[in-house]
Design a protein around this ligand. Structure first.
Ligand code: SAM
Length: 213
C-alpha cells in the first residue's frame, strides 16, 4: 500500500491506546496485554484497517492483532479507532518475516492474508507472503490445526499460494474463485483493496489453509 510518508508517524502512533510499542515484549504472553486468554487472530498487512476494526467490533470473544510493515499505514489504521481503547484490538508495526520474534509457538489461532502484494516477477517470488519460507514461519506460531484465511484479486498469486500451501502440507478447504457469489459472501468483511477491486468488476479469490500438526 502506497501512502505518502507522514513525518512523525511513529511518534503519533504512541497516542493511540490500540498501538503496541516494542511488541516483542509480549512474545508468549499476549494474554497479559489483553487481560484474558481468548484466541488470537492476526492480520498481516492490515493496510488502512477497515477489516480488522470491523472484526474486532463483531467478535469481542477474539483478540485481534493487526500487523503492518509501514508506520504511516498503521497510523491510518489506528486513526479509525479515534484514540479509543478497544479491549480486543492491537496494532503493531512489524515485519511478518520475523513473526516468531513476536509470538510464541502455538500462540496464534488464525492468520488473515488479505490482498497481499502479488510481486508478479518470478525473481521476487520470495517476497510473496505465501512463499514457502513465510508459510514455515507461520507454522512456528500457529496452534495445532491453526488456520490461514487468504483473499486476493490476483489469480496468479492465488494459484501460486494454493501450490505453496500444498507443498507445505497445509490442508486446503472452502476454496472459491468468486467470493462475492459464494456461500462465504454473507459473512465476508470487505477490505479497502477488496472494495476497490470488486467495484471494478474483478472477482475475488478466497481459500482457507489448515496448518499441519
Ligand atoms: N490488507 C489491506 C487491504 O486488503 O486493503 C492492504 C493490502 S496492501 C496491497 C498490502 C499491505 O501489506 C501493505 O500495507 C504493506 O505495507 C503490507 N505488508 C507487506 N509486506 C509485509 C510484511 N512483510 N509484514 C507486514 N506487512 C506487510
Amino acid at each position: 500500500m502506497r501512502l505518502r510518508n507522514i513525518p512523525g508517524a511513529e511518534e503519533a502512533l504512541r497516542e493511540y491506546p490500540t498501538f503496541v510499542d516494542n511488541p516483542v515484549r509480549y512474545k508468549g504472553r499476549w494474554k497479559e496485554r489483553f487481560g484474558n486468554d481468548h484466541p488470537i487472530h492476526i492480520e498481516i498487512g492490515c493496510g488502512k484497517g477497515r477489516f480488522i476494526n470491523t472484526l474486532a467490533e463483531r467478535h469481542p470473544e477474539i483478540n485481534f492483532i493487526a500487523i503492518e510493515l509501514k508506520a504511516e499505514v498503521v497510523l491510518r489504521a489506528a486513526q479509525r479507532t479515534e484514540k479509543r481503547a478497544i479491549p480486543n484490538l492491537a496494532f503493531v508495526q512489524f515485519n511478518a518475516a520475523l513473526l516468531p520474534d513476536l509470538f510464541g509457538a502455538g500462540e496464534v489461532s488464525r492468520i488473515y492474508l488479505n490482498f497481499s502484494d502479488p510481486w508478479p516477477k518470478t525473481r521476487h517470488a520470495k517476497r510473496r507472503l505465501t512463499y514457502s519460507s513465510f508459510l514455515k514461519t507461520y507454522q512456528q506460531v500457529l496452534v495445532k490445526n491453526g488456520e490461514i484465511h487468504l483473499k486476493t484479486d490476483n489469480e496468479k498469486l492465488f494459484e501460486f499460494s494454493l501450490n505453496q500451501f500444498s507443498d507445505e502440507r497445509f490442508q486446503l478447504r472452502h476454496i472459491t474463485f468468486d467470493l462475492h457469489h459464494s456461500p462465504w459472501a454473507e459473512d465476508n468483511v470487505m477490505t479497502e483493496y477488496e472494495e476497490r477491486f470488486s467495484s471494478r468488476g474483478q472477482r475475488i479469490y478466497r481459500a482457507e489453509a489448515i496448518c499441519p500438526s
